[in-house]
Design a protein around this ligand. Structure first.
Ligand SMILES: Cc1ncc(COP(=O)(O)O)c(C=O)c1O
Length: 412
């Protein structure tokens, strides 16, 4: 793992998070805890809204990326819509007061759960011919606004790039279903793509979109909406190689390239985006407490009350800023930061940290706002506490899981 990476944070961003973490601790926060805030999300959305795609853009909040109740509430109060990919996410959105037209339903195998929750006016992007066949009578009867997710050549299994992902309609499948949909309805309104996470260059989106638009053209389909999914890389995070995910992504250029392509297809009236990671990665931190310190084979090891296994699975393939909360001045010592589980793999970072960090000190792991809550585990311990800050102030929004709820779910 490379050392001393420049994550590119503004110094005041780091200071603000640390001071918020200290405020939470003074207010009684128990570690490990996540601390999330609305403001960074507002900033990322403003950044996206400043881009010129040449047509109105709707930003759907990717619920799975950050399934956080106060965030959904805040987002609804901002008058914005959400994207969901499962029954639970859909029900969470309904519980939080989103009207059905403000919820975009994506994801595979929706025919398993959607019929029981079907309502008039749902917005559904179909994922497969099998799903479509089961749901079509409901879509017709309940006047759903529909889309088709297309699996272009730019979408592949991240572990085996020769293979396609399991999502969406292949071009052949789309050619099969589109004529009947266009003839008998509901004519799909939305051409949907989602390539993957951390799409590195604008050109990748554009080549996928042009492939999908050409396919639509062949069948006589003129989608009113293009939904480009998510995948924009967030700032301040790197792969294991230390290279920032957003190195080669220039947002203005991304917008310009998409605009140029869409301008050749004026029937596309709207653009939808569903960015998860870009919008929420920087909206949170994870605060850990050091419990024990060891030295062996040239390394110092800090054992903390949280870590990769329980709270930060993404540290398996991503590197984020990690700093001491208290100011420590000792020389930098090569340090591995471990969680408390019995897995050698439970290491959130390896990097130099001041030699005088020890038990009782706190560590802050940045960019914890995307895919951390979603991938929390209850491995040997309960779920962490969650704190949230918006215009209403800083407060605990979920208590740390106690033994009764960790063990109490078994039938007796
Ligand atoms: C359909 C869909 N939309 C949006 C997203 C959000 O992706 P990201 O967090 O990479 O922006 C995902 C993530 O898997 C997805 O599956």
């Amino acid at each position: 793992m490379p050392q001393n990476i420049d994550f590119g944070h503004a110094p005041e961003t780091v200071r603000n998070w640390k001071s918020l973490a200290s405020e939470a601790l003074r207010s009684g926060a128990t570690t490990p805890f996540y601390l999330f805030a609305a403001e960074p999300i507002r900033e990322r959305i403003s950044e996206l809204e400043a881009l010129d795609f040449g047509r109105p853009v709707t930003h759907w909040l990717s619920t799975k990326t950050q399934p956080l109740a106060p965030l959904l509430r805040w987002w609804r109060e901002e008058g914005r819509p959400v994207e969901v990919v499962s029954e639970f996410e859909f029900r969470a959105a309904r519980v939080e007061g989103f009207p059905v037209g403000q919820i975009l339903i994506n994801g595979p195998a929706k025919h398993r759960w959607l019929p029981a929750l079907a309502e008039a006016g749902m917005r559904v992007n179909f994922d497969s011919a099998g799903e479509l066949e089961t749901l079509l009578p409901l879509a017709r009867r309940l006047d759903w606004r529909c889309g088709l997710r297309i699996c272009t050549r730019e979408e592949f299994d991240p572990e085996h790039s020769a293979f396609a992902t399991q999502f969406g309609f292949t071009p052949e499948e789309a050619r099969d279903v589109l004529p009947e949909l266009l003839r008998a309805g509901p004519a799909p309104e939305v051409l949907h793509l989602h390539l993957r996470t951390n799409v590195s260059r604008a050109g990748i989106y554009v080549s996928a979109l042009s492939e999908a638009i050409d396919l639509a053209g062949e069948t006589g389909w003129r989608p009113r909406v293009v939904d480009l999914g998510g995948g924009l890389p967030p700032g301040h995070t790197t792969g294991r190689d230390g290279k920032r995910f957003d190195n080669s992504m220039n947002l203005a250029d991304f917008a310009a390239q998409v605009r140029r392509l869409l301008d050749a297809h004026p029937y596309v009236e709207e653009l939808w985006l569903e960015n998860g990671r870009f919008v929420s990665a920087g909206s949170g931190i994870l605060v850990l407490k050091v419990l024990d310190a060891k030295r062996r084979r040239g390394l110092r090891q800090l054992i903390c009350d949280g870590g990769r296994t329980m709270n930060a699975l993404v540290s398996n393939w991503e590197q984020h800023r990690l700093e001491t909360l208290e100011s420590r001045q000792g020389e930098g010592l090569e340090t591995v930061v471990h969680g408390p589980t019995c897995m050698a793999w439970d290491q959130i970072a390896r990097q130099p940290l001041p030699s005088d960090v020890g038990p009782g000190d706190h560590l802050v792991w940045f960019e914890a706002g995307a895919y951390h809550l979603a991938w929390e585990t209850r491995f040997s311990h309960g779920l962490a506490a969650v704190w949230w800050r918006d215009d209403g102030g800083l407060r605990e929004v979920r208590r740390a899981e106690d033994f009764e709820s960790w063990w109490g779910g078994w039938n007796r």
